[in-house]
Structure formats: structure tokens, C-alpha cells
Design a protein around this ligand. Sequence first.
Ligand code: ZN
Length: 198
Amino acid sequence: MQASKLSIVQTGEPVLRQKARPVSRGELGTPGIQRLIEQMRDTMRNAPGVGLAAPQVGVPLQLAVIEDSADLLAAMPPERLAQHGRRPVPFHVIVNPVLTLEGDSVEFFEGCLSIAGYVALVPRAARVRVDCWNDDGEEVLIQAEGWYARILQHEIDHLNGTLYVDRMHSRSFTTVDHHKRYWDRLTIEELRRTLLIP
Ligand code: ZN
């Protein structure tokens, strides 16, 4: 069943630049928060996106939903999935996450539902550890690598008022259309050389 969808706020909205506040265990069990989670899930799937943080729907809480569905991945070339370390991630909720970065930095183009129509090359840690709660308020340890690690870093950034434009190679900032037209086929080395990224 689909709950009604929420609108996704765009960059410039103050809530995207604030540090979201932690959710209490008591609060997490309330119908209001459980309904918010369902609505965020449906809004993410409809976009479609692989993650959505509460500030993106105007709610300044330390909560995000994540899902990289097999359906979404089926539409992508297998070699691209392998290159990005992208594998299906079942739907789940992260609450009050504490992020630890691990591994080397890796660079890929990424976008954001709150900066619609654009992407940029963003360095991110190859692996992460996330200590958080799930939607039942149980403590969870997530250890992730590849694209999932990138999604977690992107969503947890949102909970701290940070957007990918704060971390991107600014010379790589492009519309989605121009990314497909000019940049999509190039390797990271070719991109850095062509875009004069130091
Ligand atoms: Zn985003």
C-alpha cells in the first residue's frame, strides 16, 4: 500500500543546512514517526532515489531511509554496477547514526534529489561503519562498502546540514543531460585531465 507522497525540498531551503536533532526512542514508536517513515519510503521510491533523509522532506530529525532495489539495478549495465560496487540493498531506516570512515577515497558522479537535475564528481570513503538504530529503536552496526557506503555518507551528510556540493570537485558540476552527453563514458583519470581537476 502506498502512503501519500511528500514533496522534496530543494537546495536553499534552510532545513537542508541545519543539523537535524536526534530522535528519542519514545518518539520513534509513535504513529506520527512511523507514518513519516512510510511516506519517506514511498517518496524515495517514486523519485526514484536510493536514499532520502528527513530534512529533505522538511523534517529536521536524524532519520533517513535507504534502498537500492534489484529492480532499479536491473536497468543498469552489469559492468557499470561492478565498477561502482553496486549491489541490491534492502529497504531500511537509519536513526541517530554515527559515521566512521574507513578505506581509501574513491570518486564517482553522484546526484541529490534536493539538487534536482545536476550531478558532480564526489570523493567518498570506500568503506564505512555506521552505528545507529533501526526503525524499532534497536541498536544496529552497519559495515558497508561500494555504492552502499556512498549512499550512507550522502544521507548522513544531510543529517548534518551538508550537501554533496560541499564535497564535490566543483569543476565537474554538470547537468544530468550534459553528464550523459559528455562525461559518462570517461574514466576518472580522463575526467580529471579533461576537466582540469588538480
Ligand atoms: Zn541528497
